[in-house]
Design a protein around this ligand. Structure first.
Ligand SMILES: O=c1[nH]c(=O)c2ncn([C@@H]3O[C@H](COP(=O)(O)OP(=O)(O)OP(=O)(O)O)[C@@H](O)[C@H]3O)c2[nH]1
Ligand SMILES: [Mg+2]
Length: 207
């Protein structure tokens, strides 16, 4: 494999995949390099369903193997919201600052011990004529009272990583890319792809 296509238009995700895949020496391209591919409607009810939709539609359109990422934040107190609606939680225009404000407003006055949250990342790898494979990674956290830190993207400034006591946006890129939901999912996928021949033979029973 000398090239990987990530079916995302999210610049934050694209940058993280490029950094995390750099040690493999493969060229990483994203949908930012294929502007002709239109937005894919994310009609699934789970991160996994949406990752599969994005991966399969893009693999079909490009006739190549692609990886898609569907990810988001689940907050226990909000019954799992914003969940699969994370990108557009505060409105159709994806706006990270407005999404953060909406979450903080909804958690106003909620005590620290009831602010548990989890980031999810579902990855799907699809190729024309082959069975799609999915993996999921998570990381546990607590929603902060106010945004802290300048790194990352999305909800990172309000997500205190449980094991670090800092927000995801206060971690260095290297630290985030070691412990993030996306890093966990990608590690699982890499383990599977080490057996690429059998995985891509196309039959689950073979694995
Ligand atoms: O603080 C964060 N740190 C992260 O590491 C992270 N990963 C995902 N998210 C949030 O979840 C949405 C994904 O939605 P999503 O999977 O549909 O992606 P997207 O619509 O932005 O791009 P695409 O990949 O679909 O093209 C994003 O927009 C973010 O709001 C994150 N927030
Ligand atoms: Mg999306």
């Amino acid at each position: 494999m000398d090239e990987v296509i990530i079916a995302t238009k999210n610049e934050g995700k694209a940058a993280e995949f490029k950094t995390m895949l750099a040690p493999l020496g493969v060229k990483v391209r994203t949908l930012l390099d294929f502007p002709e591919i239109e937005d894919i409607e994310e009609t699934g009810h789970t991160f996994e369903e949406n990752a599969v939709l994005k991966a399969e539609e893009t693999a079909f359109a490009l006739q190549k193997m692609v990886i898609a990422d569907d990810s988001g934040l689940s907050i226990e107190y909000l019954g799992g919201k914003p969940g699969v609606y994370s990108a557009r939680y505060a409105g159709e225009q994806k706006d990270d600052a407005k999404n953060i404000q909406k979450v903080l407003q909804e958690l106003k006055g909620v005590p620290h011990e009831e602010r548990s949250a989890r980031f999810h990342c579902a990855l799907a790898i699809a190729a024309p004529g082959q069975e799609t494979i999915t993996v999921e990674g998570t990381v546990e956290g607590i929603i902060a009272e106010k945004p802290e830190g300048m790194g990352g993207f999305g909800y990172d400034p309000i997500f205190i990583v449980k094991d670090k006591g800092k927000t995801m946006a206060q971690l260095t890129k290297e630290e985030k890319n070691k412990i993030s939901h996306r890093a966990n999912a990608l590690n699982k996928l890499q383990l599977l792809l080490q057996h690429e021949d059998s995985v891509f033979r196309g039959n689950k029973e073979d694995r």
